[in-house]
Design a binder for this molecule. Structure first.
Ligand code: ADE
Length: 221
């Protein structure tokens, strides 16, 4: 899978892409993530990428041209399955959406800043709009990173234990059971006896019960 991210702040992705699972996915050749600086696509004589909103109002709007030029250049190289705009008024991101995006071959993610992007880009180039939650961040970069992480870890071969992505909380109906590791006694707090019993039937039953309890509790909150 290939993900192209269009942003005014490419530096925000540096550390994130080069660590842990996203790094491993790229090294194994299972995912390719390319960051594009929209300032390189400005045709304005001052190198501007944003302007005042027609009709007035506070805040700058990202111009259509740099975004569309970048999309067009990428489109010459390969077909894209989705051109996604990260925006707080988009469709709410969730696990089923991550699952379906993880099956795509090439996607573009456009990160907005300021008051957003010129509506004509949204109307004529963007194919999907995603929000990661009902709150407003200062740009689409963190949301794009969240979505990229959620999708890439689902690609077969990215996680060392493939089955674990499928057993995650939110993949099924139930949330995950609690997990523990060494030591068995941490400052007087003990690991539940059943987990060190070696009785796998009992352990499975315990985990199932704990998952049910946690799911019910969260539903009431
Ligand atoms: N840009 C700013 N806030 C956002 C959010 N909650 N989701 C997606 N993109 C955003």
């Amino acid at each position: 899978m290939r993900i192209d991210i269009l942003t005014l702040f490419p530096g925000m992705f540096e550390g994130f892409l080069n660590q842990s699972i996203l790094k491993r996915a790229q090294t194994k050749g299972l995912a390719e993530i390319c960051i594009h600086d929209l300032r390189n696509y400005s045709t304005d004589k001052h190198g501007n990428v944003d302007g005042y909103a027609f009709g007035g109002g506070a805040g700058m709007v990202m111009m259509a041209e740099p975004i569309v030029l970048c999309i067009e250049e990428l489109g010459k190289e390969r077909p894209y399955d989705e051109i996604i705009f990260m925006t707080p008024d988009g469709e709410q991101f969730d696990q089923p959406m991550a699952n379906s995006l993880s099956l795509k071959k090439n996607i573009i993610m456009v990160c907005g800043r300021y008051k957003g992007i010129d509506q004509r880009v949204r109307d004529h180039w963007i194919t999907k709009e995603i929000s990661i939650g009902e709150y407003v961040l200062s740009g689409g970069e963190l949301p794009a990173a969240v979505v990229a992480d959620a999708i890439i870890r689902l690609i077969p071969g990215v996680l060392s234990d493939e089955s674990s992505a499928l057993l995650d909380s939110y993949q099924g109906e139930l949330l995950d059971a609690p997990v523990y590791t060494r030591p068995e006694d941490f400052r007087g707090y003990k690991v539940p006896e059943v987990l060190i019993s070696g009785d796998h039937k009992k352990i499975d039953e315990w985990r199932y019960e704990q998952s049910l309890k946690k799911t019910e509790k969260r539903a009431k909150e």
